[in-house]
Ligand binder design. Structure first.
Ligand SMILES: *Cc1c(COP(=O)(O)O)cnc(C)c1O
Length: 406
């Protein structure tokens, strides 16, 4: 008898996006002439920067010649890419991170999901609510939680509510936890954590021998100068934090696939005998056993953004989406809807009018404006009463959607 991993059955079905698709399809079949605009997607729409395309074409040519062909690459990723990341994203910002602390992957979703494997199943986890669902779901699958309760929360998890009242900045728990998932700039709220808030988290983590898993997938979207781009800007973070980053939203790599994890050399966890074990060694062991690297071609494409020209092209791409974000923010303000985010992230998180439920607001927007967004309740119980619009559409559709909403 092949018994299954029962933990999978604790997960509710992928209700959110299938329910959205179902409602949109039903509306479209009843209203075949309606021109529906989708501002619910979390995927980019603009093409790759030209520097990436050129670098990948060159790499393909190298692969076609025995003298320059590459097979399996180095386990942590090619040094040419790790060194550029360390230089551009860390050293040039005065942050102490070296190339040997960077692990290249085929995207950050896998890293966000896999990193929990190197920690004990007894670890107590703290997760923001609402948040990117990967952190919670992968811990449920691993068996680090109890069952789903009627209030939408899993037993055994410390939820960190984020709402307008606390400025979407989660409070430090008044109990001990071992692993803390933080995401800034945040998906779905589009808000960021301040230097002071992050310092409080680092201090808490150090006092509790906890580890912060810091998802900075949207770091490149930060426009305000005083907002930290990396957890390693915070003093003490090298002793308690792992950072996860991706080329997906930075350089349009959602379909090309490249991300990385940063684990400082001195970061340790305890084994059951109480010895301090470097987490970097465990992650290297995990990756060399279960992962065989990101394509050479893709790593060359990613490397290409780290040049003067590459940086200019990436900024242009991000500015395009952030101009959409501004159009959405200003459009919502005009119709007196309260909205957050959209300044340091491509997400706008609006408060539904008159405390309308997020699904009712979804239906209203779909039927009256033919615009699709994402109901906040899909990102956690504290997302109820909110609604996510994304800036990843094209300019024309974004402008048209805001005209219809007003
Ligand atoms: C898009 C996204 C990622 C990155 O995903 P990839 O697998 O690298 O495409 C990570 N975290 C959050 C919060 C995201 O929204």
């Amino acid at each position: 008898m092949a018994f299954i991993n029962d933990n999978y059955q604790k997960l509710p079905g992928n209700y959110l996006f299938s329910e959205i698709a179902k409602r949109v399809a039903k509306f479209q079949s009843e209203n075949p002439n309606a021109k529906i605009i989708r501002l619910g997607i979390g995927d980019v729409t603009q093409p790759l920067p030209q520097v990436c395309v050129d670098a990948m074409k060159k790499a393909v040519d190298e692969m076609s010649n025995a003298a320059t062909f590459r097979g399996y690459g180095p386990e942590q990723g090619y040094a040419f890419l790790r060194e550029k990341i360390a230089d551009y994203n860390y050293k040039r910002r005065g942050i102490d991170i070296n190339a040997d602390e960077i692990f290249i992957s085929d995207g950050s979703k896998c890293d966000c999901g896999n990193i929990q494997e190197i920690f004990s199943l007894n670890s107590k986890i703290a997760i923001a609510d609402p948040v990117y669902p990967v952190y919670l779901d992968t811990n449920v699958m691993a068996g680090r939680t109890g069952s789903l309760k009627a209030d939408g929360h899993f037993e055994g998890v410390v939820y960190l509510p984020c709402n307008a009242e606390n400025n979407f900045s989660p409070s430090i728990p008044n109990e001990h936890v071992d692993l803390i998932y933080l995401c800034s700039p945040n998906n779905p709220t589009g808000t960021t954590l301040s230097r002071e808030a992050l310092q409080n988290w680092v201090d808490y983590a150090k006092d509790n021998n906890a580890v912060i898993l810091y998802d900075a997938a949207y770091a490149a979207y930060i426009t305000e100068t005083d907002v930290p781009r990396s957890i390693f800007e915070i003093s003490g973070a090298r002793d308690c934090a792992i950072e996860l980053r991706s080329f997906s939203k930075t350089a349009g790599f959602t379909g090309t696939r490249c991300g990385y994890v940063v684990i400082p050399n001195e970061l340790t966890g305890s084994n059951s005998a109480g010895d301090k074990i470097p987490l970097k060694n465990l992650w290297l062991r995990r990756q060399t056993t279960k992962f065989n690297g990101t394509a050479y071609i893709v790593q060359r494409g990613a490397e290409a953004i780290y040049s003067e020209e590459g940086q200019a092209q990436v900024h242009e791409l991000i500015n395009y989406y952030m101009e959409n974000a501004k159009i959405i923010r200003e459009g919502l303000k005009k119709v007196n809807l309260t909205a957050y985010g959209g300044v340091n992230a491509p997400y706008i998180w609006l408060q539904t009018p008159d405390k309308m439920s997020s699904w009712n607001f979804f239906d209203k927007l779909l039927t009256e404006a033919n615009v699709v967004g994402t109901p906040g309740a899909g990102f956690g119980p504290c997302g109820e009463g909110y609604f996510r619009l994304t800036a990843f559409g094209n300019r024309e559709n974004t402008i048209e959607a805001m005209n219809r909403i007003s």
